[in-house]
Ligand binder design. Structure first.
Ligand SMILES: Cc1ncc(COP(=O)(O)O)c(C=O)c1O
Length: 481
């Protein structure tokens, strides 16, 4: 039996969204100005002939987008917009590869950021209420009951559940696939997939090209595998600079290129298709294995799902890694790699490092993906993340120093903030955490310690008044710095 996922009725969804759009239009036209009080819930409900709960839902949506604020006993008011802010500027990076040493500092930051009273602005984790947890719980019980044999086997040889492989292949049709079922290795996470790929194509001392700024966990993987990082400049809109990569790889010496081409972490950039095509061709021609992390591919804000580089791969040189940690639940611990011509080497690494992946979870996921619930859930999730990111941008605009720049993410749910040059986000972190405010300091996104005036904020949670207050207090800490 397929899961039933709770969604508002379509008619209800349209009504509250329509009202929210109408009110937003009035703000945009200047009919409602900042500081103005919105009509009361009761009046809106009577005048528009809508239920009170529909009106409240519309107002909450505007609140979560940072457009209005609720004042106790007074109603909803139009919020002052943040001033427009520029995007971070691309920077040049060191010419040589360096060993990586971020893990100790990173673990400390992430652990401190997860404590109960700390505002959840550090680790890139979604709010649990955005995830279809109840539907997954029901599926776990039902799959375990219907397939008791799944608990009896377990294999280091046949590690993939065919039902999940089928779903992954089917989904890949939406972005220029299909993946070949025999190139897929199901893993315990995207992190595991990335690690397996690196182990398959590098040896200690090798150099790996990474985005700069780039996802810290990738740097940690390089660190633990004894690899050196060559930082490649990355544009806040268009991602990794293929020109810079071409120059850097002219004389050989790069074993692999590791990147997040769709909604990169931390910039939220998406590489245009022509850059993806060029990078696929260049790496293949120069014998450099390409490992892409597409974990945010389904969480794009634009109308079309951006294609992964894999879609432009004609030689089997691209290893596509992903997981369902961002779109379904980080606790599922399930991901995959479509490893192209490296499939056997990656599968061998999987066998010797962790063996198979939990077969019950694989089947739960397969059934969820097969239902229409996943697409409906993704549509809502994309909209929620986009609104949350926009609300966070507006709040940073209101509360951070005026020379602050920030990214304009095209997907995902992290925001990259560049403070004025004289501010040191690593030093300020100590003051912030002392006030139960967390973020990830920018230097942890660089092997060579760049970006000390930058930081990354998690936008995985709805923009509640508490969140607004946390950003306001963080702004105060930073202004005081
Ligand atoms: C780009 C990127 N890749 C991978 C991960 C981790 O994924 P998983 O939980 O599947 O290991 C994250 C989580 O923040 C991420 O941002």
């Amino acid at each position: 039996m397929m899961p039933t996922v709770l969604v508002p009725l379509m008619s209800e969804l349209l009504r509250y969204e329509k009202l929210a759009a109408e009110l937003e239009g009035m703000v945009a036209d200047g009919a409602l100005r900042h500081g103005d009080r919105l009509p009361s819930v009761r009046r809106l409900s009577q005048e528009r002939r809508l239920s009170v709960s529909t009106v409240v839902q519309a107002l909450r949506q505007l609140e979560s987008r940072g457009l209005v604020e609720a004042r106790p006993q007074s109603g909803y008011f139009v919020r002052r917009p943040g001033p427009a802010r520029g995007e971070p500027l691309p920077r040049s990076t060191p010419d040589t590869a360096v060993p990586v040493d971020v893990t100790q500092r990173l673990v400390r930051v992430l652990q401190a950021g997860c404590k109960p009273l700390v505002a959840p602005l550090a680790a890139a984790l979604p709010a649990p209420q955005l995830l279809p947890v109840a539907a997954l719980q029901r599926l776990y019980a039902s799959v375990a009951r219907r397939h008791p044999k799944l608990l009896e086997g377990g294999s280091h040889v046949n590690m993939n559940e065919p039902a999940l492989v089928r779903q992954l292949v089917r989904r890949s049709l939406a972005w220029g696939g299909p993946l070949a079922s025999d190139e897929i290795v199901i893993t315990n996470s995207c992190t595991e997939a990335l690690g397996l790929c690196l182990r398959a194509v590098t040896k200690p001392g090798d150099t790996v090209a990474v985005e700069s700024p780039g996802y810290y966990l990738m740097l940690q993987l390089l660190e633990t595998l004894g690899l050196r990082a060559l930082e490649i400049p990355t544009d806040p809109r268009h991602g990794l600079s293929v020109e810079a990569f071409e120059l850097a790889s002219r004389h050989g010496g790069i074993a692999a290129c590791l990147l997040v081409p769709n909604a990169s972490n931390p910039l939220g950039s998406v590489m245009p298709d022509d850059r993806k095509r060029q990078l696929a061709a260049l790496t293949a021609a120069r014998g450099i294995a390409l490992i892409e992390d597409d974990i945010y591919g389904d969480l794009h804000f634009g109308p079309q799902r951006p294609w992964p580089i894999k879609a432009f791969d004609t030689t089997g040189n691209v290893m596509l890694c992903s997981s369902f940690s961002k779109s379904l639940s980080p606790s599922l611990r399930i991901g995959f790699v479509a490893a192209g011509r490296y499939r056997s080497a990656v599968a061998l690494q999987k066998t010797i490092t962790s063996g198979g992946t939990n077969p019950i979870t694989q089947n739960v996921l397969a059934e969820y993906l097969e239902s229409t619930a996943f697409e409906r859930h993704l549509r809502r999730l994309r909209r929620a993340y986009e609104q949350q990111v926009e609300a966070m941008r507006a709040a940073v605009g209101r509360h951070f120093p005026s020379a602050t720049r920030m990214s304009q993410p095209q997907g995902g749910y992290v925001l990259w903030v560049e403070l004025p040059d004289d501010l040191d986000a690593t030093r300020l972190y100590e003051c912030a955490i002392g006030e139960n405010l967390a973020y990830v300091p920018g230097e942890l996104f660089s092997a060579s310690g760049m970006y000390r005036n930058c930081l990354r904020l998690n936008c995985g949670n709805p923009h509640t008044p508490e969140m607004e207050d946390a950003v306001r207090r963080l702004g105060r800490v930073i202004r005081g710095g």
